[in-house]
Unconditional design. Structure first.
Length: 207
């Protein structure tokens, strides 16, 4: 694994801290950049959002099969709405806790401007993939990333428009948020043979 503790990656700010030795995986950062570039080329407006996918307490499932099944259903649902979904997802796992997944989404901003329906859809599809009985408000296993780890409110869901005078600042902020997926402190604990990085396919002619 190649890592960096620099403050930026190809000009984008990232979540690192040289003094504390907090690094980011450059392979994941490269994939995030590829997805951002492709979205910018193929969507007149890009809607960026984050979500986290967690298991219920006591649920034991070491491989990625159930997450891959959920992600396939979720992407098909978004595609049917014409949202041209792209994603980067990573498996994270501390030694003490079960795995969970962090996801960054890039959607067609011409057709959506709120995270609400997408979070609800993800909740419903994840519950059903886990075989949990339907419940009106779900089980709270999809984190909408509107609250920071310190409990502060944070914005999730940013529109990136080429004609926005603040486009660079907003894009930098979105990339920095996405770089959370590349932080190395909770990576490397997956069982042997289990992937830790998942992403949308990009046509070779566009890379």
């Amino acid at each position: 694994m190649k890592t960096t503790t620099e403050e930026t990656f190809n000009g984008y700010p990232i979540m690192t801290d040289q003094q504390r030795g907090l690094a980011c995986d450059t392979k994941i950062l490269t994939e995030i950049e590829r997805q951002f570039d492709y979205a910018e080329e193929n969507k007149s407006k890009v809607f960026f959002m984050r979500l986290d996918v967690r298991f219920p307490e006591g649920y034991t499932h070491a491989d990625n099969g159930v997450f891959r099944e959920f992600q396939s259903k979720f992407m098909k649902n978004l595609s049917r709405q014409g949202l041209k979904p792209q994603y980067v997802a990573v498996r994270k796992q501390s030694r003490e806790k079960h795995q969970h997944y962090h996801v960054a989404l890039l959607l067609d901003g011409q057709k959506t401007q709120s995270i609400h329906n997408h979070i609800q859809t993800a909740e419903r599809l994840w519950d059903s993939t886990l075989g949990l009985p339907a419940r009106e408000n779900g089980y709270g296993l999809i984190d909408d990333c509107t609250t920071s780890r310190t409990g502060d409110k944070q914005i999730n869901g940013v529109m990136l428009r080429p004609d926005d005078p603040e486009i660079k600042k907003k894009k930098d902020d979105c990339f920095r948020r996405a770089s959370y997926l590349a932080k190395t402190n909770t990576k490397g604990n997956a069982p042997k043979g289990q992937r830790e990085l998942f992403s949308s396919r990009i046509p070779k002619s566009s890379t």
